[in-house]
Design a protein around this ligand. Structure first.
Ligand SMILES: CC(C)(COP(=O)(O)OP(=O)(O)OC[C@H]1O[C@@H](n2cnc3c(N)ncnc32)[C@H](O)[C@@H]1OP(=O)(O)O)[C@@H](O)C(=O)NCCC(=O)NCCS
Length: 139
């Protein structure tokens, strides 16, 4: 397994470690805040030189299993890990990694498409099919 680490600082100064684990046919990306996992993106190799974005999720509500000060810090200062650019950065890192692996196309499907989610994928360079759920990008 090949592992790479990146650092991402959000606009309010919170620092995230983004870890990419490449273990063909899987590519898993995780984001950590102060050592705790707060987001994941799962991708896998499809046919030929394509890959599939299986899932991407950023933690929203505070994690109940955080202990003591970490929990308080999270509730008071962070609240949600969404809308901090973490998802966008994770996706960028995943796509770059796939490019380096020779992948030419990534596809996926939104389970619960919404206008903002469609725009979010478009902002990341994806095309959204007419059915409003299938997404794809050429690398
Ligand atoms: C979709 C998801 C991965 C986006 O990641 P994120 O780190 O929160 O988003 P980013 O910080 O990269 O992008 C933020 C931008 O996306 C849009 N956006 C994100 N969440 C939004 C929401 N709930 N309502 C409206 N716009 C939203 C806004 O344009 C936002 O920019 P703004 O905060 O300046 O207005 C995250 O919201 C998530 O985990 N959602 C639940 C799981 C999910 O739906 N996954 C997609 C599976 S197909």
């Amino acid at each position: 397994m090949n592992q790479r680490r990146h650092t991402y600082k959000d606009p309010t100064g919170h620092i995230f470690t983004i870890e990419v684990n490449s273990d063909p046919p899987y590519l898993n990306v995780y984001a950590f805040w102060k050592g705790f996992p707060v987001a994941y993106a799962y991708l896998s190799q499809g046919e030929n030189v394509s890959a599939i974005l299986q899932d991407i999720k950023i933690q929203d509500a505070p994690l109940t299993w955080y202990q003591g000060w970490r929990w308080a810090e999270q509730v008071i200062f962070v609240r949600s890990f969404r809308r901090r650019g973490v998802g966008k950065r994770m996706l960028e890192i995943a796509l770059q990694e796939l490019r380096e692996l020779g992948i030419k196309r990534v596809t996926g499907r939104m389970d619960q498409p919404s206008p903002w989610l469609i725009n979010w994928y478009r902002g990341a360079g994806f095309e959204v099919a007419n059915n409003g759920a299938d997404i794809s990008i050429s690398l």
